[in-house]
Design a protein around this ligand. Structure first.
Ligand SMILES: CC(C)(COP(=O)(O)OP(=O)(O)OC[C@H]1O[C@@H](n2cnc3c(N)ncnc32)[C@H](O)[C@@H]1OP(=O)(O)O)[C@@H](O)C(=O)NCCC(=O)NCCS
Length: 505
């Protein structure tokens, strides 16, 4: 039995004019206990104003009595037809993160349908043996519990354990955040010094890995070398399945892994360029030592700190694709190297970790600020994605991007001004060409600018991301192993109906 949108929608809809003030709109929503207002001009839908818009407005500290609704609403929102089946409305809501859709009949507004209305039907629908359907890309689906951290996309906030991640990046070291992710609390001064010394002592690669590195480094990109190198490291160090070892042994392996990854990456980078690897030093911090091994020179403190802050901001970020991949593999009881190798593979994709160098390539291609508008319009018209913009979870400013923009400004240089101009143009053009999608700068855009300014070569951008994120992956793998159940979802079969007779060859 199918249900039409007309059977579920709220009607008549609560509407408001675009000229009304935000205060009037908020009072109306409060009085009617609703989460969205449809903005109309006669029977036509001009826009929709939701609680999220009010949150954005309140974050911008505007005066709600003086601010017209028109400036904060989403113009030309997606709508659903009165006789549409609820499945179509569900797809529209879940795909774009909407909570409300205006319902129209021959162009005129007749009601509003909300996620809550649709869920009321979902509860009375029989589930079949394949289980419940979830949105494409598992968007918004909770698949596990974690106490490592979380991302609040609508607020533009993320945290590690109970601490704001940006505040940690401003006030602590990478090693302190590493300790926090692994052991659950921030270290005091003594613990911090002890932990720093402990991990610094683990930076040298085992001889078996060092011997094979030239072959690994020559075969592909630095990230390919990392993927194979992590696998080799696990084999060399005899890492056994997580199912067969205790928490202490896994933690010790994870410390070795996270300490060795920068060494592996820096050595692979230098070997690819025909240079001798620079051995790690144990008198430098994790990031200062990484930059030392890459270049053979001690980085100026402001640059080492900028890269350290970048790595702290990207050490973990909710159930992103690579973290999920790591946890899926860990859930099979496989060893640490297997789980991290899979995570590196997921990170290498341009939609995940592969974007910062592409964002910089884009700045090169644009060339000058006056060409940005035309360049972005042409790319979107050709169906391309603008690298460094948009995010699955953030529908407002990505706090990492805001922080890194400040870091980039502190470092200075012409690229920073240019990047900021391109950012402004891109956000405006995307708002016009992709209304309602809420596309803002993500972490990758200014990450490329910061890393470039700090002298990291472009091909090492994503590997540098991996050097920090390995710590987050390892923390998740330990958490998964500590309370494990095999992750094994289901798929809905949509091919030709079985059983078809098998034809003779
Ligand atoms: C990060 C990303 C994969 C998230 O994607 P998502 O949540 O699956 O969003 P969708 O792919 O469903 O996109 C939603 C809509 O916004 C558009 N969109 C999203 N990001 C876009 C971008 N960077 N440039 C242009 N359009 C974009 C899509 O084309 C789509 O439009 P449509 O509704 O007309 O089809 C996506 O924003 C993207 O590809 N960004 C560029 C790559 C990047 O910077 N990656 C680093 C992420 S930290």
């Amino acid at each position: 039995m199918t249900t039409a949108v007309s059977e579920l929608m709220s009607s008549p809809p609560v509407t408001c004019s675009a000229q009304a003030s935000l205060r009037e709109a908020t009072q109306m929503m409060d009085a009617r206990q609703i989460g969205a207002l449809v903005i109309t001009d006669g029977p036509s839908v001009l826009g929709i104003l939701t609680e999220r818009d009010l949150l954005r407005a309140s974050a911008a500290r505007i005066d709600p009595a003086a601010e017209p609704v028109r400036r904060w609403m989403t113009p030309d929102p997606d709508v659903v037809a009165l006789d549409e089946e609820v499945g179509a409305a569900w797809a529209g809501l879940s795909h774009h993160h909407y909570r409300h859709l205006p319902v129209v009949d021959r162009g005129s507004l007749v009601g509003v349908v909300s996620i809550r209305d649709l869920l009321s039907v979902a509860q009375i629908r029989p589930t079949d043996e394949a289980g419940a359907d979830v949105p494409a890309g598992l968007e918004g689906v909770v698949v596990a519990e974690t106490s490592i951290g979380d991302v609040r996309g609508l607020e533009g906030f993320f945290h590690y354990r109970q601490y704001s991640a940006t505040e940690l990046a401003a006030r602590r070291s990478l090693e302190d955040v590493w300790f926090l992710l692994f052991d659950g609390a921030l270290p005091d001064r003594d613990e911090s010094a002890r932990f720093g010394a402990e991990v610094a002592a683990r930076r040298a690669l085992p001889p078996g890995v060092t011997a094979l590195l030239p072959a690994l480094a020559g075969a592909g990109s630095p990230l390919d070398a990392l993927r194979s190198g992590v696998s080799l490291l696990g084999a060399e160090l005899g890492w056994r399945p997580t199912l067969d070892i205790g928490a202490d042994e896994l933690r010790s392996q994870a410390l070795d892994l996270c300490a060795c990854v920068p060494t592996l990456l820096a050595a692979a980078h230098r070997l690819r360029r025909g240079e001798r690897p620079v051995p790690p030093r144990d008198d430098l911090s994790q990031v200062a030592n990484y930059l030392w091994m890459l270049t053979g020179e001690e980085a100026p403190p402001d640059r080492a700190r900028a890269v350290e802050q970048y790595m702290m901001l990207t050490i973990d970020h909710g159930f992103n694709a690579s973290t999920f991949a790591a946890r899926v593999i860990a859930s099979t009881g496989a060893d640490l190297a297997a789980a991290v190798t899979g995570a590196v593979g997921a990170l290498s994709g341009p939609l995940h970790g592969g974007a910062p160098s592409r964002a910089l390539d884009m700045l090169d291609a644009i060339g000058t600020p006056d060409r940005a508008d035309e360049w972005i319009r042409r790319s979107v018209a050709e169906g391309d994605r603008i690298m460094g913009f948009g995010h699955r979870v953030y529908k407002t400013d990505d706090p990492r991007s805001v922080f890194l923009c400040d870091v980039a400004r502190g470092l200075g240089g012409p690229l920073v001004d240019f990047a900021e101009q391109v950012e402004r143009t891109t956000v405006d053009v995307l708002a016009e060409l992709k209304p309602g999608r809420r596309l803002y700068t993500n972490v990758e855009f200014f990450a490329g600018v910061v890393m470039h300014t700090c002298g990291i070569p472009r091909e090492m951008f994503t590997p540098t991301f991996a050097a920090g994120r390995t710590i987050g992956w390892a923390a998740h793998i330990m958490e998964q192993a500590a309370d494990n159940r095999l992750i094994r979802p289901a798929a809905r079969y949509v091919g030709p109906p079985p059983p078809a007779p098998v034809p003779a060859p």
